[in-house]
Design a protein around this ligand. Structure first.
Ligand SMILES: NC(=O)c1ccc[n+]([C@@H]2O[C@H](COP(=O)([O-])OP(=O)(O)OC[C@H]3O[C@@H](n4cnc5c(N)ncnc54)[C@H](O)[C@@H]3O)[C@@H](O)[C@H]2O)c1
Length: 471
């Protein structure tokens, strides 16, 4: 199933799977209403079964499920365990929802529900037989399986994190139509052949983008527009780092007024940040990311195994965003092994972006440390890498928040950089549109508790910026 911002996220699964609590947590994270469809059928299933029987219950469940799936705006829905036995409900799921199976093994489910008043959980043998009978129906409707809220958020965003996903591209790129494969020229020599083999006969054309920021030029975009021969039903697949996904996504957003696209990010930065959230961009000589479009991918395929060939220098660029994410979420994500580090970090960004797809509010929290970073990049004429600049920006944000800086120092080792302090300060003031002597920044009350728009005296911010500059 393709991702779409206006599809429901429907949670299905057996009794005792934890659909309701997971659904509430996910709804809060992605800023949607939560609908407990099971509770909307009846507030006392046991009494309903006694008075009207199971068949009447199923009819009512079908009616409520189909009604809620047809309602707008998109919500998080937790369905009753038996809802999927209705063909009409299954059809409504296909039409209106990204469906996620909240998986539970039968022993755990039984332990959770035994001794309660659920009518279908009175006898252990019957319970186990019902579990076996329902399992294929859940698999049939599910677009993804979730162990936790991160998995469900990723599914809602259309993001699939799976080691080995590159080899499965042919089946994981939604639809059957032709694919234009846009690859970073360096990555093409490392992973391009595997991508082409996996896509097989679906590859209609292949295109290379220069490595690095040169990819994000109007000239590269124009070349790609002119090389493409896709029809509206085709898909652009972008294999590379954030520069490749930005240009290919922008080309997909604009070619034929918009065709489907699937980023397959190959750098840590792109896996946890650039390829998540639907923003695409080009640079102009006047500045970075000045031209762009919001164009949510139909799916994002993240294969952490691709990081195996990433140079350390590029890995550090991504780690700065992982540390930022961990500080915003209040969890030491940087301690996790790669597949988990990527999954958790990508899920954090996906959740924030789903709550604010067009960057009108909560997404601003993702700018933690970035005001200083942009200032240092401008003040050094681009000599300071984005990752280095973000590491220093995080240091400044923690200092101004009155918090310990040990995590940032221990993991990212930021060192003051050479930059023109006046140019850096001018860039920061322009960026923040300083008014009445105060600057608005993203700070932290504590790890996990961001403050968006914290106002500080200009002099304090200037001092924090100067402390990041060598000399
Ligand atoms: N759209 C967004 O929301 C968003 C968010 C953050 C950053 N970005 C953009 O992302 C860009 C930076 O992305 P990046 O850091 O991924 O840089 P990048 O795309 O330039 O890749 C970095 C380098 O790594 C090489 N490389 C990539 N994958 C590799 C692999 N698996 N093995 C070996 N080498 C590999 C590339 O050839 C390149 O030289 C910036 O332009 C930034 O503006 C966009």
């Amino acid at each position: 199933m393709s991702a779409s911002l206006n599809r429901h996220l429907a949670l299905v699964g057996f009794m005792g799977a934890g659909k309701t609590s997971l659904g509430q947590a996910v709804a809060e994270r992605i800023g949607r209403r939560f609908v407990d469809v099971d509770a909307a059928v009846t507030d006392d299933a046991a009494a309903f079964f006694r008075e009207h029987g199971e068949a009447a219950f199923r009819r009512r469940e079908e009616e409520v499920t189909v009604r809620e799936l047809g309602a707008e705006p998109a919500a998080v829905l937790s369905l009753g365990g038996g809802a999927v036995t209705s063909a009409a409900a299954r059809e409504a799921l296909r039409e209106h929802a990204t469906t996620v199976l909240v998986d539970v093994d039968v022993d755990t489910a039984w332990e959770r529900v035994r001794g309660g008043d659920r009518p279908l959980a009175q006898d252990e043998g019957d319970f186990r037989r019902l579990y076996e009978a329902r399992a294929p129906l859940y698999r049939e409707v599910a677009d993804a399986v979730a162990r936790d809220a991160d998995d469900a958020v990723l599914a809602a965003a259309g993001v699939r994190v799976e080691t080995g996903a590159l080899e499965l591209l042919g089946s994981l790129v939604p639809g059957q139509g032709p694919v234009a494969l846009v690859t970073d020229a360096r990555v093409a020599g490392i992973h391009g052949a595997a991508a082409q083999v996996a896509l097989g006969a679906r590859v209609a054309s292949t295109h290379e983008a220069p490595p690095g920021e040169e990819a994000k030029s109007v000239a590269t975009a124009e070349r790609l527009w002119r090389e493409l021969s896709l029809e509206r039903g085709g898909t652009v697949v972008a294999l590379g780092g954030g520069c490749t996904t930005d240009v290919a996504g922008f080309v997909a957003a604009t070619y034929l007024r918009g065709v489907a696209w699937v980023p397959v990010p190959t750098t840590l930065l792109a896996q946890v940040d650039a390829a998540i959230g639907g923003k695409t961009a080009l640079n102009l000589p006047e500045g970075k990311n000045l031209v762009g479009a919001f164009h949510w991918p139909v799916r994002t395929l993240v294969d952490p195994a691709l990081l195996g060939t990433l140079p350390q220098r590029e890995r550090r660029e991504g780690m700065a965003e992982v540390v930022k994410t961990g500080l915003l979420g209040g969890e030491p994500l940087w301690e996790l092994p790669d597949p988990e580090l990527v999954r958790r970090s990508a899920a954090f960004k996906a959740g924030v972006c789903l709550a604010d797809p067009f960057d009108r509010g909560p997404r601003a929290a993702l700018n933690l440390g970035h005001t200083f970073a942009h200032a240092l990049e401008a003040g050094s004429g681009g000599a300071v890498s984005h990752g280095q600049a973000v590491a220093l920006g995080l240091l400044a944000a923690l200092r101004l928040s009155g918090l310990e800086t040990g995590i940032v120092e221990g993991i990212l080792h930021p060192r003051p950089v050479r930059a023109d302090p006046e140019r850096a300060w001018a860039a920061l003031r322009r960026d923040k549109k300083v008014s009445s002597g105060r600057v608005r920044l993203v700070l932290l009350e504590a790890p996990g508790r961001p403050i968006v728009g914290a106002e500080l005296p200009e002099a304090d911010v200037r001092a924090a910026l100067d402390a990041l500059i060598a000399g």
